[in-house]
Write a protein that binds this ligand. Structure first.
Ligand SMILES: Cc1cn([C@H]2C[C@H](O)[C@@H](COP(=O)(O)OP(=O)(O)OP(=O)(O)O)O2)c(=O)[nH]c1=O
Length: 220
């Protein structure tokens, strides 16, 4: 980069991209007063590598999603002062990676594994700042479920809330009634650890608090 192109970049408008198709991630970001200029989901292969741990998978996929988004024409068009955020959430039981439940059988398998036990939710946020500087934070949250009765499971399956969710449940819905204990980041379990996301953005020079001051006031 030449001195003149660097100077040009410094004056380009600041843009934020959320590389995600997850409506939860957008809602979480908006909860802390940040609205992306572009939603640009990245399509990555989420199959774990052989012997990959749940934590390593979450970190790798968040990085891949962010890097893939950088290559997209719509993102490039935003200019040199663009920040790209991506995230990935993996539910693990020991070294075992639970699937993103797509079928009733997936969800039933997950719920029977989670019943009466503690598991870990690994949520990684990856930020690519202008100049392609990449940084990540992986947040580990321990979640303990009550022992699930037949009725709990059947009614939860009927709710359909498990569909497309890592580990076959969504803590932001009815499954919160199954959670005896949570140690870590609630927003991380839903899909985007907010403390870490805001810290990464601030650390990379994104004007987080300027956005707070210019955004319309909201009732909470
Ligand atoms: C454990 C848990 C997961 N989830 C969701 C978050 C993620 O959307 C999903 C895990 O899949 P991810 O692959 O992390 O995300 P995604 O494919 O839905 O979206 P994208 O890659 O485009 O950003 O599970 C909940 O919504 N609540 C929960 O309690």
């Amino acid at each position: 980069m030449t001195a003149s192109s660097k100077a040009k970049g410094a004056h380009a408008p600041v843009k934020l991209v959320l590389a995600s198709a997850s409506p939860r991630r957008l809602q979480l970001l908006e909860r802390v007063g940040l609205t992306p200029d572009l939603l640009n989901p990245s399509d990555v292969d989420e199959i774990p590598h052989k012997r990959e741990t749940p934590r390593a998978l979450s970190i790798r996929l968040a990085k891949e999603k962010a890097s893939r988004a950088l290559e997209m024409p719509l993102v490039k068009e935003l200019g040199p002062n663009t920040f790209v955020l991506a995230a990935d959430t993996v539910v693990g039981l020991g070294r075992r990676i639970l699937p993103k439940a797509e079928t009733i059988d997936d969800a039933l398998d997950c719920l029977s594994l989670l019943s009466g036990r503690s598991h870990w939710v690994y949520s990684t946020v990856c930020l690519v700042a202008p100049g392609k500087k990449l940084s990540t934070r992986c947040v580990e949250t321990k979640v303990r479920f009550k022992r699930l009765s037949r009725e709990d499971v059947d009614s939860y399956i009927a709710s359909n809330e498990w569909r497309g969710k890592a580990g076959g449940y969504a803590i932001q819905g009815r499954a919160e009634a199954f959670v005896r204990l949570l140690t870590g980041s609630y927003s991380g379990v839903i899909g985007l650890p907010l403390f870490e996301t805001v810290s990464l953005l601030e650390g990379a020079g994104y004007p987080v608090f300027h956005s707070w001051m210019t955004a319309p006031q909201s009732e909470v």
